[in-house]
Structure formats: C-alpha cells, structure tokens
Write a protein that binds this ligand. Structure first.
Ligand code: RB5
Length: 149
C-alpha cells in the first residue's frame, strides 16, 4: 500500500473516542485509517503521539495525518517539529479547507474540548476534499520548508 489514501491518526488520552469516530468516518469514505493509538484513557503525553503520527507522514507511509488532544494545540506543535510536516489546528471548516488549498497542510489537528463530533467530522471532510492550489502558494510553502534548514 502506498501513502495515497492512507491517513495516520493519533491523539492523547483526552481524544480517544473522537479519534476512533474519525477513523471510522474516513474508513467509510474509502480511506485507509492507520490508527496508531493510544487505546486506553490512561494519562499520556501528547508530544510523543504527535511526533509518531508526523513520522508516518514525513516518511511517506501516509498521505495525511489527523491528530487530536484537548485543544488540538499541543499535539499540533509537536507534529510541526518533524521536518516536512505542515499541521494546522482547525475549529471551523473554512480553515480546514484553506490549510489544504493555500498551505498544502499534510496534517490536521482538532481539539476534542473545543469542537463536538459533528463539527469535527465536517472539518475532516473539508480538509480531505480540498486540494492545494499551487502557484503563488507553492512559493510560500517552499519558504516555510526553507525555514526547516
Ligand atoms: C491534556 O490535559 C491536555 O493538556 C492536552 O490534551 C492538550 O489540550 C494539550 O495541548
């Protein structure tokens, strides 16, 4: 299986149920959900889960990544430390569409304590159905990549 149509999912303990709901949702849409856990609600540390998911994307194993924590912020920050990752937190569908169209985001982060399941699934749909527009936006994405050194 190539990266195409594969999405890695991870979260901290706060967002396990929503992560599993998103995994089922994207599977029903025809994506392969690569859910790397965790599976228990025992308290854990979001940086390691953000990093693990990001590595699946950066290595080319998965086309996209979806990560979740309480706010979506901490796990997004961790994912963005991995070279090649562009991960944005979204609380609305407009932003989810735009981070694909303009920023060529390869990861999406959602906060389970910020949005409900219905909106979260709409955010995922907006992210997955949008396409990078290239052109002047490609120049800017290249400038982001240059910051990675
Ligand atoms: C865990 O309590 C919480 O800090 C975490 O889920 C997340 O919100 C961090 O950004």
């Amino acid at each position: 299986m190539t990266a195409s149509k594969r999405i890695v999912l991870s979260s901290d303990h706060a967002a396990i149920e929503l992560r599993q709901a998103i995994a089922a949702h994207i599977a029903a849409l025809g994506w392969e959900a690569v859910d790397i856990g965790p599976t228990t609600t025992e308290s854990t540390h979001y940086p390691k889960h953000g990093q693990a998911a990001a590595r699946h994307v950066a290595s080319g194993d998965c086309q996209f990544g979806i990560v979740l924590c309480g706010t979506g912020q901490g796990i997004m920050m961790a994912a963005n430390k991995v070279k090649g990752i562009r991960c944005g937190v979204c609380v609305d569908t407009f932003s989810a569409r735009m981070i694909r169209q303009h920023n060529d985001a390869n990861m999406l982060s959602i906060g389970v304590r910020v949005v409900g399941e219905g909106l979260a699934l709409d955010i995922v749909d907006a992210f997955l159905t949008a396409h990078f527009e290239g052109g002047r936006h490609a120049t800017r994405v290249e400038m982001i990549e240059a910051l990675e050194g």
